[in-house]
Design a protein around this ligand. Sequence first.
Ligand code: 9PG
Length: 778
Amino acid sequence: MLTLERKGLNLHVFPEKGSYSLRSIDNPHLYIEEAWLAYQLHQSLNVFAEFLQIKAVEALHLERPGKSHLAGFKIEYADRLHQVSFLVEIGLVEEFSMLLIRQSLINEGSKPVWPEKLFAGIIHQGKLGVGSAEMEPSFYTNGWQSWSPAAAYRLGEKQERSWMGPVSTPMICNPGTPITRRPNHFSSDMFACLGNLKSRMGLVAGYLSQKESFGSVESHVGRTCDLALWANSDGLRLDPGKSFQTDWASFSFTNLDDPLPFRLYLQSVSLENKVRDKAAAPLGWCSWYYYFQNVSEKDIRENLEEVARIRAAIPLNLIQIDDGFEKSVGEWMQFSPRFPNGLSPLADLITEKGFIPGVWLAPYIVEARSGLVKAHPDWLLKDRHGRHANSGFVWNWFGKALDLTNPEAAAYTDEVIRTAVQDWGFKYLKLDFLYAAAIAGRYQDPTFTRAQVLRRGLERIREAAGEQTQLLGCGCPLGSGIGLMDYMRISEDVSPEWEPSFMGQRAIFRHELDMPSARNAIRNIISRSELDGHWWGNDPDCLLVREDCKLSLPEIHSLATAIGMTGGAMLVSDRMPTLSDERREIIQALIPVIPSQPHVLDFFERKDPCMLKHSLQNSVGSWPILAAFNWENKPRDILIRADAWKFHTGKDWIAREFWSGEIYTWHGDLLMKQIAPHGVRLLTIHALSGKAIYLGSEFHFSQGFEVKSWLEDARSIKFSISLGRSARGKAFLWLPKSPAMLTQDGLELPWEATNFENVYAFAAKINGQSQFELLYAA
Ligand code: 9PG
């Protein structure tokens, strides 16, 4: 037995048993016991290290990214039957509490072998402790790619799965991860968290990168649980003398009440992938969700003009042309008749007007009607029957995919990217349907895993695009894009409807999580909000505010709240010249974008979390912002319980609700009556202390971020408001006594008393920044 202790963790490794145990030193109920190391070769049973011969055991000391170190052991096993060596590196990080494992297979024989999976840990039922003797499980599952659902499930629940089979599965699901459908049986991609709602602790299991393999997690939960974590090597052909090495697998414990429960894991992943400095989140306009594929050059020009006209009030910086300009998906250098002049004149015009020109490309997917299918059938990925592999039912037909192991196909993607950047002049690329490079199939070069094919493809894209081009990954297996993409779509598409429908049919599609809809987008916007800033800037997909769509105003408020509260990119996708003033103000209210990562208070409690809290800080102080959603199809009372939302019970509180303008005062808990179906309440709350309070405004949804300074004495308050744009609207103050005079930039400004005791309001127009001074009566 080998033992090691670091940072509150105790590791025991049993080379002869091929297993290990991990224990927390402080909490006897926090452990993994007898986790088995194993691998599976093509069409064989799992080979457990226990049955192999030990060749060598050595101490291991490795430098790790971010000036950290790994201390542990390196064990080499011989599998005489299959003539492979199995190498395990296992250890504890010196600087923080995390177990890391990496495995390799080396073909020592004279014939190829085909490894399917390498298990970093198979933990049997009852061999897992998550903080207390009693277990009340909550399993957080993260889907494979941008559009795949992410959510936490509780005891008795089933993981929600699509019923559309080959229509959606090749797009949404990693073929190496089991599609679990029974209650209490869950699976996840790359990482997962098994939480215990009793102890409020969790076990985070996941890979630090997806450069070599897509990682999978599977777990049966109950009063006792099991869990397996493995790397999919997809049956790649390992020729004699060749080796295959997994990415690092990790295990760590977390506190479910931490505002960022995955922080340690996310930071380790970020270091492992050398995540780029976060570029400022784009604020932009995108053509897709109004025009869809019918967009034309004229539409782009019309919207560009309007976005330029209103830029003082709505300072967008990106104009992104989406799908619809190309002759077909696959034929990128030829244009649709609706873009008779191609794209360079548009990119030039967008640049000339002072915006970043962006364009959509889906470099790895090919639509059936594309000329590329006939011209280069050999570039397309085949399935095991020799037919073109199915990349999912897209744009009303089954799609195909490029086989990037064909060098010509890969070179074509370089050319597409270089053309868009260098010839057309785009500085921002929305790269879509990226999963298509990694679907199941018979690749021309079978010596790569699907994850390697995709990662190498994305590295080529980054190289072809250059370091300066901003890249957004979409439909992208998450782990593959880390360190290469500046932004990543983390949700299913929004749509101008709350629930999914297809060709007017709603009943059979409404429960699908893998289809565009505002509801499906919002779920992932919240359940993946913590990734923002750690791995990239999150792209929550577009805000839609127009009147001529099927979203109700409360639904639009929910979408805007979810996008605003979680930070990241902010793009709108309406026909801009036709928006009413009221609807434009919804967009305006989200600018500037606030720092990301709210605390999702019921993250592990429900698959549709409805409690978001953000503690916004600036030079003036801090404001807790609460967003409480009603996901039900009927109006619902929302009770804000002080203990659940973690604010002081003993105080008197006051808040202004942003969307309705209602003012609430309360002591203890707050009950808000009859919140509309799919609606939200957005509150910036303040404790009443006798001192003056900036309650909020119509200027910005945060109701406080706009206040840049605040100086108060017995006779006056001096404060400044700045939004980096023009604004008009009302602001609200709670004052201990009636004001005598208010000035804005030295000029007197009218104010009024409201129906609420001690609450006063004033209307103002602000250009950039304004200085206010309020004098009390002597
Ligand atoms: C352009 C769009 C937008 C959008 C992307 C992506 O048929 N389908 O299954 C399907 C799925 C996703 C999808 C389109 C079609 O959306 O997320 O923002 O760029 O492509 O076609």
